[in-house]
Ligand binder design. Structure first.
Ligand SMILES: Nc1ncnc2c1ncn2[C@@H]1O[C@H](COP(=O)(O)OP(=O)(O)OP(=O)(O)O)[C@@H](O)[C@H]1O
Ligand SMILES: [Mg+2]
Length: 356
């Protein structure tokens, strides 16, 4: 027979035992991770002071206790401490043999939901990119012909007509540039992963942004200095952060705006794959801006290639970001409302035994 405390400690979801006065009587280690507090500090505390649920659940909870039945609640926002609320499913059941005690399990839905999103993003990106690469190759040759012909024509033209051939040449160049971007996307190699200090990457991105596309922005560093090393390709991660800073700078008012780069550790953040294997992604980096937010029309598809809300945008930035993060076995998510857009990267730390 497996000892009960082994089962309790191994449960991969946050679980709590609640006594008849709605105080926390016990919490498993996933629960400690969820609350970011030790069992010692939360035991004896009122459960609803530690866990904030956005729907009035207390009455239903007490009813389930009175009737000795289970209660399942889907899609509620659950917050705790200073952490932003996560969408969760709650499972509540009476604890057999302990009069008045209830067991409460919290499953963050985000993990399950976002997992499938990442896979579909990857495959959608791959097929669209494969197609676009082929097209890029095919279009470049005739385009060179068109540009050459326009340049030849322009030699014998009046200045009025010259404007038109100039337009042909300029627009053709713009198309070539776009095609080159598409090809670059297709050429992205597998990441060369090593231990990296993510703050060095963030610093480089920040400095380069302030010198160029983000000169009108204020970029605040809000780093957790005790963050361990990440396991990634520093050049590719730099590309990721630059793209996110660039998007935030482009969305901001031309007079300026504020971007906060926030790094922190969340040791309970795990990604569960459909094959049942798990990956711990405890390093979190958030790029937060106070701009207008993602346009409503493209909100659900921003990670797809060629989805852009900007005039002249190619819509490849976030597709590239999503591909790189997915090649790193990491995670990216976004929440956006006018005035606050947060792109969050979750990355693995250096595995034991990885060479330095
Ligand atoms: N921080 C942000 N605030 C508001 N909108 C954003 C933000 N980041 C991305 N977007 C929206 O998402 C769209 C897609 O971004 P993405 O980087 O993929 O493409 P793009 O910036 O349009 O073009 P490219 O990056 O290829 O030059 C943007 O056009 C913009 O409308
Ligand atoms: Mg972009």
């Amino acid at each position: 027979m497996i000892p009960e405390n082994a089962i309790w400690a191994s449960l991969p979801v946050p679980a709590f035992v609640i006594d008849q006065n709605n105080n926390i009587q016990d919490v498993n280690s996933a629960g400690e991770g969820f609350l970011n507090a030790s069992s010692k500090t939360v035991t004896g505390q009122s459960v609803w002071s530690q866990i904030r649920v956005d729907t009035p659940i207390e009455e239903a909870f007490d009813k389930a206790r009175d009737k000795s039945t289970a209660l399942f609640v889907n899609d509620v926002d659950v917050g705790c401490g200073s952490r932003a609320p996560l969408q969760c499913a709650l499972q509540i059941a009476p604890l057999i043999g302990q009069e008045g005690c209830m067991i409460l399990m919290i499953t963050p839905r985000e993990l399950a939901g976002r997992m499938t999103q990442s896979h579909s993003v990857k495959s959608a990106a791959q097929s669209a990119i494969g197609m676009a690469e082929m097209l890029a190759h095919e279009i470049k040759n005739p385009l060179a012909g068109i540009t050459g012909a326009a340049q030849l024509l322009s030699m014998n033209l009046s200045s009025e007509d010259l404007e038109l051939t100039d337009l042909i040449v300029a627009e053709s160049r713009r198309i070539v540039k776009l095609l080159e971007q598409v090809e670059q996307f297709g050429n992205l190699s597998e990441p060369d992963r090593k231990p990296v200090n993510i703050h060095d990457v963030l610093d480089r991105a920040r400095r380069s942004a302030l010198l160029g596309f983000g000169a009108h922005m204020k970029i605040i560093e809000d780093y957790d200095p005790s963050l361990p090393l990440a396991y990634g390709d520093p050049d590719q991660l730099l590309q990721v952060v630059l793209n996110l800073l660039k998007n935030a700078s482009e969305a901001a008012d031309p007079k300026g705006g504020t971007i906060r780069i926030h790094s922190y550790f969340e040791h309970s953040f795990r990604l569960r794959r459909s094959d049942g294997s798990g990956q711990s992604l405890p390093l979190q980096v958030e790029i937060i801006d106070d701009g207008p937010g993602l346009p409503e029309k493209i909100k659900d598809d921003v990670f797809d290639p060629f989805v852009s809300g900007r005039e002249n945008g190619t819509g490849l930035g976030l597709a590239l970001v999503s591909k790189i993060i997915s090649d790193h076995n990491g995670w990216i998510s976004v929440t956006s409302v006018p005035g606050r857009t947060v792109f969050r990267l979750s990355l693995p730390r250096v595995p034991r035994g990885a060479s330095n």
